[in-house]
Design a protein around this ligand. Structure first.
Ligand SMILES: Cc1cc2nc3c(=O)[nH]c(=O)nc-3n(C[C@H](O)[C@H](O)[C@H](O)COP(=O)(O)OP(=O)(O)OC[C@H]3O[C@@H](n4cnc5c(N)ncnc54)[C@H](O)[C@@H]3O)c2cc1C
Ligand code: FES
Length: 313
């Protein structure tokens, strides 16, 4: 992706809603202060914000899962990165939607945010997905918590390119791990008849897979994708794949991209200390056309990379 430094700022946001979805997922809606409007209205899908949670309280003791008890007691000095599941910059105000999963001390504290609370964030950061003009068909591949930036991308693509055919392949370990989606199950409640409204409302067909077969195809999302590519053999020059999820899933998607000659962009995750290219903690090993390999920074050069640029290990 472009390595031009993206314009960013430190902003205050006000919590509009922080709604629990299932037992470990939350949807956080933030209204940004007005001076953030210009930067966020031109932010692209795949960019992210770094949220300061250092001043947030922990939930009460009984709401802290036992396995997070020890880690929850740590101070959270470093900001945490989150992608946008949506940005709505209309009516002179910017509302950012973040879908998050409670995993440790920072996200546990985010659970306690309530309407009207103030949040400090830096953004928009990094380089998002690039959208080549010549593509007619798009394949989105989301694994686990990789879905949020692809939900945002789906909306942007449908707005800018109404004629594009878009299919979303969404994978999770089990059906409950899809809880952050707005799920509609058909009356017969067959495990294959599930619609994810975030994609359906843009007329995007979704192919769901779960590792345990509790919803959709039983197996990895990349197996479901491979089957589909094998059946349809889409023209590589007209098609593009966008993927976000666990590294093993991205690496398997990169293999399919090369096998079926379809260009692919992946959004990578790294532990990020600063989020702005200073601490070098988020290195990504990449191929360099001249000298073999080099390290790029996930926060500044990414998080979105071409899949054939990354050295998968
Ligand atoms: C660009 C980017 C966008 C992201 N977008 C989202 C999002 O939209 N929604 C969401 O829920 N999460 C997202 N994440 C991950 C999120 O930043 C972490 O879940 C969060 O920082 C965890 O903080 P914590 O203190 O609660 O848990 P920690 O104690 O910091 O981590 C809990 C567990 O998650 C692992 N982990 C934490 N952060 C990462 C990471 N960046 N890469 C790989 N493993 C990690 C840790 O190794 C540990 O096992 C994103 C990360 C990046 C880099
Ligand atoms: S997080 Fe500090 S350089 Fe990327």
């Amino acid at each position: 992706m472009s390595t031009l430094p993206s314009k960013k700022g430190i902003f205050t946001a006000s919590v509009l809603q922080n709604r629990g979805l299932g037992d470990k997922f939350f949807r956080l809606s933030l209204e940004l202060e007005k001076k953030a409007n210009t930067l966020f209205s031109s932010a692209s899908a795949g960019q992210f914000v770094e949220i300061d949670v250092s001043q947030l309280a922990l939930p009460t003791e009984k709401l802290i899962p036992e396995k997070l008890w020890d880690s929850s007691q740590r101070n959270v000095l470093l900001r945490r990165p989150f992608s946008f599941a949506d940005i709505d910059s209309s009516n002179d105000c910017t509302i950012v939607e973040i879908l998050y999963c409670v995993l440790g001390p920072a996200t546990l504290r985010m659970k306690t945010l309530k309407t009207g609370d103030a949040v400090n964030l830096i953004g928009p950061l990094g380089n998002g997905f690039a959208i080549p003009e010549d593509k007619k068909s798009v394949i989105l591949v989301a694994g686990g918590m990789g879905a949020p930036p692809l939900i945002h991308l789906a909306k942007v693509l449908k707005k800018q390119h109404q004629d594009m055919t878009i299919t979303a392949f969404v994978g999770a370990k089990t059906k409950n791990d899809l809880a952050f989606f707005d799920i509609k199950t058909d009356k017969l409640k067959k495990k294959t008849d599930i619609t994810l409204q975030e994609f359906a409302k843009h007329n995007i067909k979704t192919c769901i897979s779960t590792d345990d077969g509790s919803a959709g195809f039983k197996g990895f999302v990349t197996e479901s994708l491979k089957n589909r590519l094998g059946e349809n053999k889409p023209a590589g020059e007209e098609t593009i794949i966008y993927a976000c999820g666990p590294e093993a899933m991205l690496s398997a998607t990169a293999v399919l991209s090369s096998e079926f000659r379809i260009p692919c962009q992946v959004s990578l995750e790294r532990r990020m200390a600063c989020g702005i290219g200073l601490c070098q903690s988020c290195a990504v090993k990449c191929r360099d056309k001249t000298s073999g390999t080099l390290y790029k920074l996930c926060c500044k050069d990414g998080p979105v990379f071409w899949s054939d640029e990354v050295v998968w290990e």
